[in-house]
Design a protein around this ligand. Structure first.
Ligand code: NAD
Length: 260
């Protein structure tokens, strides 16, 4: 039962995170948004969610590369809603370069955002979940948490690490009615991927739409982009009663990418 639960989704001012927040709000959950963005636009999004779904929506501007800001975000959401019942670690960034050219500060930023942030949110949110005897943690990993691609050393390392963290937290919380699972999407057309398609279009001189088709077909047998709504629906399922014994698992939603 999701109605009335409190859900925090990191990196939810855009793309997949926003899709997940909207999916939980549609089920009647109160939500905490987080992520960067123009304050006016974020406030419009927040209010839009409250008006559309009749739930309470809060916003934290925490930078998830900063452990102290994460701690404040978690305690803020617990104070506002009395709990964080569902924690979704979704904030993520990408940087593409071969390993010998990979800028050290980009490595640090990708690891901090895509991996260490989830350690810190879990570290801060698990005690409350244990006290209340219920919790759901959903980590948005990637097909790149299961297989690699050239040029993505930091991202692939972070996402493989996130799946490892998922398993450890699942084992440690198994006696407390808490589950921890990973979702591993293939391509989803969000700003994070649009940038990579634009780079390809620019490099090849092809129109954006042609580069977009080539991009998905290169990795996925099913040449179709997954949507943020699809990911939201899977997250809602993993938070529901029927998923009560699913823990430590990694769910691919990737058009067959990792079946190969
Ligand atoms: P996006 O760029 O649309 O959204 C990223 C979100 O994270 C934004 O809200 C942004 O403000 C936030 N964010 C970034 N750095 C942050 C920080 N330091 N602190 C707080 N918030 C921060 O990207 P997306 O495609 O929706 O990606 C969401 C997640 O899904 C990421 O973890 C990404 O790795 C993963 N993923 C995406 C795809 C895809 O094809 N788009 C595939 C697999 C996995």
């Amino acid at each position: 039962m999701i109605r009335g639960k409190s859900v925090l989704v990191t990196g939810s001012t855009s793309g997949i995170g926003l899709g997940i927040v909207r999916a939980f709000a549609a089920e009647g959950a109160n939500v905490t948004l987080n992520g960067f963005g123009d304050p006016g636009a974020v406030e419009q999004q927040r209010r839009g969610i409250e008006e559309t779904f009749g739930v309470a929506a809060a916003y934290s501007a925490a930078d998830v590369t900063k452990p102290d800001q994460i701690a404040e975000m978690i305690s803020g959401a617990e104070n506002t809603f009395g709990a964080i019942d569902v924690l979704v670690n979704n904030a993520g960034i990408q940087f593409v370069a071969e390993v010998e050219d990979f800028p050290v500060e980009k490595w640090d930023a990708v690891i901090a955002t895509n991996l260490s942030a989830a350690f810190h949110t879990c570290r801060c949110a698990v005690p409350g979940m244990k006290r209340r005897g219920w919790g759901r943690i959903i980590n948005i990993a990637s097909a790149h948490g299961l297989v690699a691609s050239a040029g993505k050393a930091a991202y692939v390392a972070a996402k493989h690490g996130l799946i490892g963290l998922t398993k450890v937290v699942a084992i440690e919380t198994a006696d407390h009615n808490i589950t921890c699972n990973a979702i591993c999407p293939g391509w989803v057309m969000t700003p994070l991927v649009a940038g990579q398609v634009e780079t390809r279009a620019h490099a090849t001189g092809k129109p954006f739409d042609e580069a977009k088709r080539e991009f998905v077909a290169e990795k996925q047998p099913m040449a179709r982009y997954t949507t943020p709504e699809d990911i939201g629906a899977l997250a809602v399922f993993l938070a529901g009663d029927a998923a009560g014994t699913i823990t430590g698992a990694s769910y691919s939603i990737d058009g067959g990418w990792t079946a190969q």
